[in-house]
Ligand binder design. Structure first.
Ligand SMILES: Cc1cc2nc3c(=O)[nH]c(=O)nc-3n(C[C@H](O)[C@H](O)[C@H](O)COP(=O)(O)OP(=O)(O)OC[C@H]3O[C@@H](n4cnc5c(N)ncnc54)[C@H](O)[C@@H]3O)c2cc1C
Length: 399
């Protein structure tokens, strides 16, 4: 582990994966902010981070308007990465737009999709509501016998190279003055009134005075909250990813297909990727990444072969388990200050859509830190107040 260079920082960020890097980078590129930033990362190999287990996709198809806007900025950021990073050496970030295909099996689901399509279209997304015949005409490989309709958006939806964004954010944040070190936050002290975090203590023993603390600890967010005596409804949940090869490839892109049977799948270069939760989906230990091999055999493969009969002959070539930082209240992000401990800032609970939200939400939180307000997209709807009031801010389009 590394010792910090100073004993006092304006901003201490606990967690140095996608969100720690995003907030740090946005702060260091803001000419109005000249504070000292420390990013703590307990595991620089990122063995257990959500960021390194992600499927790295972006979509416009959300039911909450703000999530549509956030993804639209995500696309703008991806498409103009070089300009945002401000470095001619920065690469272009691929965005492979095959679209998400949300299937509806029953008329009630089809009606809900129509309503979602209207919200998305009103916000500039290219979502189309398709009948079964329309789906069959464009994608003849699906078995649609139990499907009534679908929503599909071929514009700016699909895979993007999030790992390269992460890498550049870290490198640039460091080059622009942020200190990113291998160390772990283990405790915090509050002031006498209990309304500010005064210091963060590290695994190596140093006690660091702090202006603001950002909880960017992913599935471990609750542990970091506990250091300040607070709680959030975020827990680690296992999510499985499978990469398979098909004996008879489709000859066209497989959209990211969200099947009513609980399995999703998409093209992944010359292979295909599928994913699903376990049938029983409890919170798990922070270090439990054991695989249940029956899930592929008994759930994923039968579901895949049912939906795409051509996938009767497929071969599993890779698989992994990652943890969602699962927000049990409403699946939505928790962003901004705690109500009482005003310098404790959340950027947590992203469930399965945090990677795509990291450009907009990292920018938003950096604005809050620099100005005490959101200046681009107003992120107040994600505030901690709803958690205290137990008032879910529901996002229905969850994977
Ligand atoms: C299987 C899977 C598929 C996904 N697919 C998508 C997708 O297609 N699209 C999408 O948008 N999102 C997706 N996500 C979600 C997305 O990957 C996450 O929301 C995002 O990566 C979260 O980043 P993070 O920085 O908040 O958390 P993490 O990546 O988990 O990082 C948290 C970091 O904090 C560190 N840390 C924790 N506690 C401490 C401490 N006390 N001191 C120091 N460091 C600490 C950890 O070591 C870790 O590196 C997926 C996630 C999974 C698991």
């Amino acid at each position: 582990m590394q010792a910090p260079a100073h004993t006092s920082y304006d901003v201490v960020i606990v967690g140095g994966a996608m969100y720690g890097a995003s907030v740090a980078w946005w702060l260091t590129r803001n000419p109005d902010f000249d504070g000292r930033i420390l990013v703590l990362e307990r595991d620089p190999t990122y063995e257990f981070a959500s960021t390194t287990h992600t499927n790295s996709c972006i979509r416009q198809q959300f039911t909450a308007e703000i999530n549509v806007k956030i993804s639209q900025f995500g696309v703008e950021f991806i498409r103009n990465f070089q300009d945002f990073i401000g470095d001619a050496e920065a690469p272009e970030i691929p965005l492979h737009s095959y679209g998400y295909m949300y299937f509806a099996a029953i008329p009630e689901d089809a009606a809900a999709m129509k309503a979602a399509q209207q919200v998305q279209a009103a916000n500039g997304a290219g979502t189309r509501h398709l009948t079964r015949d329309q789906i069959a005409a464009e994608y003849p490989f699906y078995n649609l016998e139990d499907i009534t309709a679908a929503n599909h958006n071929p514009l700016n939806e699909g895979y993007f190279d999030g790992a390269t964004i992460f890498d550049w954010w870290k490198r640039k944040a460091r080059a622009q003055g942020a200190e990113i070190i291998h160390n772990e936050a283990v405790s915090m002290t509050l002031n006498a009134a209990g309304c500010r975090v005064e210091s963060v203590t590290l695994a190596t023993g140093e006690t660091i005075a702090c202006g603001q603390v950002v909880n960017a600890s992913g599935p471990r967010a609750r542990l970091t909250c506990a250091m300040a005596g607070i709680d959030i409804p975020v827990e680690p949940r296992k999510r499985y990813t499978f990469i398979f090869d098909a004996e008879n490839p489709l000859g066209q892109d497989l959209p990211l297909t969200i099947d009513p049977n609980g399995v999703h799948m998409r093209s992944d270069g010359r292979y295909y990727l599928a994913g699903c939760p376990p049938d029983i989906d409890p919170p798990v230990d922070y270090t439990d990444f054991t695989e249940d091999h029956s899930l592929w055999q008994e759930k994923a493969w039968p579901a895949i072969a049912y939906r795409v009969p051509q996938f009767e002959a497929i071969r599993l070539i890779n698989s992994w388990v990652g943890h969602y930082a699962y927000n049990t209240l409403d699946h939505n992000a928790i962003v901004g200050p705690h109500s009482r401990i005003s310098n404790f800032l959340f950027v947590n609970g992203f469930s399965g859509h945090g990677l795509q939200q990291s450009p907009a939400i990292g920018r938003g939180l950096s604005e809050w830190i620099a100005y005490g307000e959101y200046r681009s997209i107003d992120l107040s709807e994600f505030g901690y107040g709803r958690i205290e009031r137990n008032e879910p801010f529901i996002e229905k389009a969850v994977i």
